[in-house]
Design a protein around this ligand. Structure first.
Ligand code: SF4
Ligand code: SF4
Length: 196
C-alpha cells in the first residue's frame, strides 16, 4: 500500500503560480471566482523581498473534516487521500468549519454552470454544487502520475513521494525531520510537509 506524502521546499518557491493554473485546468476549479484547491500566499518582507507560501489540503491522517461530515460525503481512500463525493454532499459546511487549514471552498451552482460553459457539458467534471478541495490529483496518482501542480512546478519546490520509498529524496526529508507538517500541535497529522 502506498503512503503518499507531499513536500514543499519554501526556499524554492518563486511565486510564479504555475501550480495554481495547472490545478485549475486539471481539476476545473472556479478560478473565475478566485476559488482554488491550491493557493500561493505572499508576504512582503522588508522593503523589497517577498515570501511565498503554497497551501493545499493537508490530507490529515487524524481528519477533522471527515469526523464532522454528517453524510459520509467526505471519505478516505485506502492510500490515505481525503476525498469528497459530490453527490452525497449536503453543502452544510460542517467540514469547512472543522478544517483548521482553510482548505475547502463552496463549488456553487453558478460555478457548475460556468464550468459547463468553459469546458463543455460533456467534459465538465463538477456536475452538482458541493464543497470542494484538493484531492492530491487522485485520478492521476492512481495512474502512476504525479499531481498536476508537482509536475508543473518549474523549481521542483513541490515534491511528491511514497513514504515507503526510502530512496526518494522527499521521503528522506520527511523521515529526517527536515520537512515538518504545518501546525503540528493540532494533532491532525498532515501528509503535507514543509522545508523552511
Ligand atoms: S486540511 Fe482540512 S480539508 Fe484537508 S484533510 Fe485536513 S481537515 Fe480535511
Ligand atoms: S458540506 Fe458536504 S462534505 Fe462537508 S460536511 Fe457537509 S456533507 Fe460533508
Amino acid at each position: 500500500m502506498k503512503n503518499w506524502a507531499f513536500v514543499i521546499d519554501l526556499k524554492n518557491c518563486i511565486g510564479c503560480n504555475a501550480c495554481m493554473a495547472a490545478c485549475a485546468q486539471e481539476n476545473q476549479t472556479p478560478y473565475w471566482n478566485e476559488k482554488w484547491r491550491t493557493k500561493v500566499e505572499q508576504a512582503v518582507v522588508g522593503e523589497s523581498s517577498r515570501l511565498f507560501f503554497p497551501r493545499l489540503c493537508m490530507h490529515c491522517q487524524n481528519t477533522p473534516c471527515y469526523y464532522a461530515c454528517p453524510s459520509g460525503a467526505t471519505y478516505k481512500t485506502e492510500d490515505g487521500v481525503v476525498l469528497v463525493n459530490p453527490s452525497l454532499c449536503l453543502g452544510c459546511e460542517a467540514c469547512v468549519i472543522a478544517c483548521p487549514y482553510d482548505a475547502r471552498y463552496r463549488y456553487e451552482r453558478e460555478d457548475v454552470n460556468k464550468s459547463k460553459e468553459i469546458f463543455g457539458k460533456e467534459f465538465a467534471m463538477h456536475l452538482v454544487p458541493h464543497i470542494d478541495k484538493c484531492t492530491f490529483c487522485h485520478h492521476r496518482i492512481s495512474e502512476g502520475l504525479e499531481p498536476a501542480c508537482v509536475s508543473t512546478c518549474p523549481t521542483n519546490c513541490r515534491m511528491w513521494t511514497d513514504l515507503n520509498d526510502k530512496n526518494n529524496p522527499a521521503t528522506e526529508l520527511v523521515l529526517s525531520g527536515k520537512a515538518k507538517p504545518l501546525a503540528e500541535h493540532l494533532g491532525t497529522k498532515p501528509k503535507v510537509y514543509y522545508v523552511k
